[in-house]
Write a protein that binds this ligand. Structure first.
Ligand SMILES: [Zn+2]
Ligand SMILES: [Zn+2]
Length: 357
């Protein structure tokens, strides 16, 4: 029979505590801890997390490249789950609903928020998995509006990459304004890259996938990439010039951001080309302005997505326009193995943590 203390602990774990993977500052290992579950306040919902995608951003936190100055904080911004309970002012009908989380909460008053560009809000009230507790946990509390309904045709694990991977691709694709018949290069094939390849193909652009991994290139071809360039075998820019018959690319999505990839991308960019930065590393980007002037090129950055773009991303996956790619699902306790596989570039698609079934 359980002793009094053990019984009490079991009760607490079941009703009040949860496991969570937390960031403790640059260069420090993440820690698996037992935490209080935060009860939903007015306008909020408590989500039982069933799938939580692992994004490259977590590696940037770990290495210290991305330091937002908030620690400790629970990682995870690609979150799917089931609404367990609701706070005041939220319809109890939502209990049991399957949802994917929108990870920004802007001030909802500034000029960016007013037109829906909440991801650019200078006064964010929360950014889950960045400066606010995210979904590498059994439970997560978010405003009801941030819990976006998921159709039953998409499984939890399959849905996890929608929260960041697919939404980031949707947002970047819009900024790039790629058109029918244009040459679109996706440089670096991860959670975002797979989405970009499919979106570019869907609008009738001609797609070139670039990666150092044969497995990722094969998957990109399977998803509609017209050409696959192995960056370990050929000078990438030269190959892109050859494929485009000298013209160069109209759009390059830079999902790697190393000195080498940025150099190749800028050389491969054609007239009126748009070089869109999504990924980054410690390296800086250099370009002579004469190239931008003479070829009327644009260099831009793309971060996150709007709430509406999350709705669009869910819709794209539901309609089969975009397929999410999941390499493996892991229990929360095995987050380290997921992170190291991601770091080694072994994953073809996402590793998804499954905190609770
Ligand atoms: Zn992400
Ligand atoms: Zn705002």
């Amino acid at each position: 029979m359980m002793g009094d203390w053990a019984w009490r602990r079991a009760f607490l774990v079941q009703w009040l505590l949860m496991k969570a993977v937390r960031y403790y500052g640059p260069g420090q290992p993440f820690r698996l801890e037992e935490r209080d579950r935060r009860k939903p306040e007015a306008g909020e919902v408590l989500v039982q997390v069933t799938a939580s995608g692992m994004c490259h951003t977590e590696l940037h936190f770990k290495s210290g490249l991305l330091d937002l100055g908030v620690a400790p904080v629970t990682m995870g911004h690609e979150v799917v789950g089931r609404i367990e309970s609701v706070g005041e002012d939220v319809s109890p009908d939502r209990v049991g609903e399957r949802v994917v989380v929108y990870y920004y909460l802007g001030c909802l008053r500034c000029a960016y928020c007013r037109v829906g560009n909440e991801h650019l809000c200078p006064n964010l009230r929360a950014e889950y998995g960045f400066i606010s507790d995210g979904g590498y946990a059994e439970y997560m509390t978010v405003p009801a509006r941030n819990a976006v309904p998921l159709p039953s045709s998409i499984s939890d694990v399959e849905a996890a990459p929608i929260g960041c991977g697919v939404t980031t691709a949707v947002h970047a694709a819009k900024l790039a304004e790629s058109k029918v018949d244009e040459w679109v290069v996706v440089y670096g094939i991860g959670g975002v890259g797979f989405g970009l390849i499919q979106l570019a193909s869907a609008i009738g652009a001609r797609t070139i996938a670039v990666s150092r991994s044969v497995a990722k290139l094969n998957k990109a071809r399977e998803l509609g990439a017209e050409f696959a360039v192995n960056a370990t075998e050929v000078p990438t820019a030269e190959k892109i010039r050859e494929i485009t018959e000298g013209a160069g690319a109209d759009v390059i999505f830079e999902c790697v951001g190393t000195e080498e990839s940025m150099k190749e991308a800028s050389v491969a960019l054609g007239r009126r080309g748009r070089l869109v930065f999504i990924g980054y590393s410690p390296d800086s980007f250099t370009i002579h302005p004469i190239q931008l002037v003479v070829l009327e090129q644009k260099v831009l950055g793309s971060v996150g997505a709007t709430l509406n773009e999350l709705y669009e991303a869910v819709n794209l996956v539901e309609r089969g326009v975009v397929r999410t790619i999941v390499d493996r699902a892991l229990p929360l306790e095995q987050f380290e193995s997921g992170l190291s596989a991601l770091e080694r570039g072994e994953l073809v698609g996402r590793a998804v943590l499954v905190p609770s079934e």
